[in-house]
Design a protein around this ligand. Sequence first.
Ligand code: 2M8
Length: 437
Amino acid sequence: MESPDPSADLWRSATRVLDQNWTGRYTVPSRTLYPHQWSWDTAFAAIGLAYVNPGRAWRDLRSLFEAQWPDGRVPHIVFDPDVPEDAYFPGPRFWRVPAYAGRPARGSTGLVQPPMHALAAWEVYRHAAAHGADAAQQARVELDWLYPRLVAQQEFLGDRRDAGGSGLASIVHPWESGLDNSPAWDDALAAVPADMSLLDTYHRRDLDVSDATHRPTDSDYARYLGLVENYRDGGYSDNDLALRHPFVVECPAFNTVLATAELALAQIAGVLGHPAAHRHRERAQGITAAITHRLWDPESNFFHARDVRSGRLSPEHVVSGLLPLALPDLDSRRVDTLVAAAKSARFGLPAPANDRTGPSFDPVRYWRGPIWINVNWLLRRGLLVHGRRDEADELRRALLRLVHRNGHYEYFHPGDGSGLGAPAFSWTAALSLDLLA
Ligand code: 2M8
């Protein structure tokens, strides 16, 4: 039987999950599977913490940005020195990140993830006053500390990572997308050698704690490791990426987040009295234009990932192709087309990670079929940005129902809604708080 006040119930359980996953310095995505700090998970956690504990939201963001590299990149994982090497694979030793002056004690990877942090910082700031004058004052101080670091993060992605010279940031590894084994990468990954012997030397820790049918396959992992080795052995340099690295891809979701970050930075610059607000808005417009120009396929009427090396668009229809809906400057024809696609038999709201009608759809395998709360949260933002209030509210209610009935799981079965992956997952809990508020 459902509780008489499902919202209060959900609020309490979400807060509990965030409390349990707080280490004292940052929030882990999940105690079982991901025992370190992940980049975009930190941003989503902060969006929820904004309602219940803004001090912790700021601490979380600070912990992550304290590990920012001098070139501006914010690592996709910041390792906890107190967690044993074998608690997560690939752990700190595998990455061999070069030492540099001032590097904090915590090691990191050399990859990035979608830059959700400017939006998160803006959201925490926006809600700070509701927690009193001290919280409002702290928010201002934290924004001031974060702003130049957020700008450096954007500059790294916009300059060093513009491997296609198109005004878009490229990812050099599927892990950078956050949508790890999405079919969007299948075509580009086919050109990456899968050295299966790499797996003889390492132990896939993820398979000790989760069901192998839910996780990326061994041949995916062989390619993932080979890609890290190549990038790592080149000193994590981004020079001539398209010539030196076998996986260089422009993702519509990653670049949508990049543009959204510029818009959040414009707001932050306004509050801080920096003259750069206009420049941030111009950058967002430039990225929007490049996404439309480079990643829209007029044949399929959809956004697809582009392989910079081959120049080809991925043929797959996956949820990342819906996310440009979150761009305020997207033209109304594409907005209508995307909303129709989201509601069509391919997806349906809440949207699964992959086209339900396509051959690569797998309802349990991670980013190849299940429903994820964070991408649906972004989709809902897109619906709101374009004034689709009814659809946005319907999606909000469906997401809350899903989590309330099944728990704060990492992802959900797109058929029966059952919870899959890690239980007590931070971004599911955090974004539930935002959806409830
Ligand atoms: C998943 O990715 C990690 C690698 O970064 C993994 O599979 O081990 C993805 O779902 C990613 O989006 C997420 O940030 C991370 C931690 O929740 O897990």
